[in-house]
Design a protein around this ligand. Structure first.
Ligand SMILES: [Zn+2]
Length: 69
């Protein structure tokens, strides 16, 4: 059932948004990218450490606890 849906969805261009990977016009579906391919490329860059974001380790005990329920 989900085999054909991915390609059948119309990609709506996002005016003024350029894909940071290839420079083509971005589409709503993969914003800010133009296609799944470019989104995957970007994702892969994260995994391979091209983007080196300094992240502070979060102590679970310091997280705010929800006591609403
Ligand atoms: Zn692209």
């Amino acid at each position: 059932m989900s085999e054909t849906t991915e390609e059948s969805v119309i990609d709506i261009p996002v005016a003024g948004h350029k894909c940071p990977i290839c420079g083509c016009e971005a589409v709503q579906r993969y914003k800010p990218f133009c296609s799944k391919r470019c989104a995957d490329i970007d994702l892969n860059r994260w995994f391979t450490g091209v983007y080196n974001i300094p992240a502070e380790p979060v102590d679970p005990e310091k997280l705010p606890t929800k006591e609403e329920e």
